[in-house]
Design a protein around this ligand. Structure first.
Ligand code: ARG
Length: 272
């Protein structure tokens, strides 16, 4: 049995592509609002069916990317490091999420000093925290992470603008296993990842290109974009259960299931 997780999601009321801050957003393809709402709802219901709990934050008008809750902060052991966005278009999301955590009574809510885009770039990997940099999060977040969570931090540099957040190129599955797209990282990052994980699944380019690595694992089930079919086979071969979902509307903004999901790791803690 995988323990029930708690996730934070933001309804896609105001979701749209209204500016371009990553290469996915420049296609010019308009978002189909109804389809986006249905896809988001199906993701939400998938978590409930898997036995997880989903908390919601109110979406704010004028913040079309707020639906990407993963960027709203980092929560480990009930402690919160708030987010601070690189681009002015998303800046107001930082305080909105911080406010949610404060109102919910989280005991430690740390205001971020440097730019960090939450779980987009900061990934809890059991005994350490991976911190992606190169496009969004400032590498100096390392000191803040160590101070707030008391865990070792492994910085990893991203080198391909299509994989602008760490969670677009790497997913921790659990039990020392992760899946990643090697070409998105520099040599030093690949070496660091190889020494942290006991098994690293290498995703093919075709799976990376549908944002297949933007997946959410509960340690047993792995919710991932339906188009990433080869990755699903690799994940199943490693002993996990792939759960495909269609989030094609969100890919127009550079997002997938993980981007829409922030894990709230409480003090009584679930694992990796
Ligand atoms: N359009 C958003 C941006 O570029 C997408 C964010 C995706 N979130 C993520 N966790 N990768 O900021």
């Amino acid at each position: 049995m995988s323990p029930g997780r708690t996730y934070l999601m933001c309804p896609p009321e105001h979701f749209a592509v209204e500016y371009v801050i990553n290469p996915w957003m420049s296609s010019g393809e308009p978002v189909n609002r109804d389809r986006a709402r249905r896809q988001w709802q199906a993701l939400h219901d998938t978590y409930l069916d898997l036995g997880h709990r989903v908390d919601l934050i109110d979406p704010l008008p004028g913040l079309p990317d707020m639906v990407f809750a993963a960027n709203g902060g980092t929560v480990i052991g009930g402690r919160v490091l708030g987010a601070r966005f690189r681009h002015p278009e998303r800046a107001a999301e930082g305080p909105a999420y911080l406010d949610w955590f404060r109102r919910r009574g989280y005991p430690v809510v740390h205001e971020p000093a440097c730019v960090n885009e939450g779980e987009g770039d900061i990934i809890f990997a059991g005994t350490a925290i991976l911190a992606g940099h190169g496009f969004r999060t400032d590498p100096s977040v390392r000191a803040e992470l160590a101070a707030v969570f008391g865990l070792p931090v492994i910085p990893v540099r991203l080198v391909d603008p299509r994989y602008y957040h760490l969670d677009t190129a790497l997913c921790v599955l659990g039990g020392g296993v992760a899946a990643y797209y090697p070409a998105a990282f520099d040599d030093a990052a690949r070496t660091a990842l190889a020494s942290h994980f006991t098994e690293l699944i290498e995703a093919k380019q075709t799976d990376a290109e549908v944002l297949g690595l933007n997946a959410v694992s509960d340690g047993r089930h792995v919710v991932l974009p339906a188009e990433a079919d080869h990755l699903a086979t690799q994940i199943a071969a490693a002993g996990f259960e792939p759960v495909p979902v269609d989030l094609s509307e969100f890919r127009k903004a550079g997002g997938g299931p993980k981007c829409c999901t922030l894990e709230l790791r409480h003090a009584d803690g679930t694992g990796e």
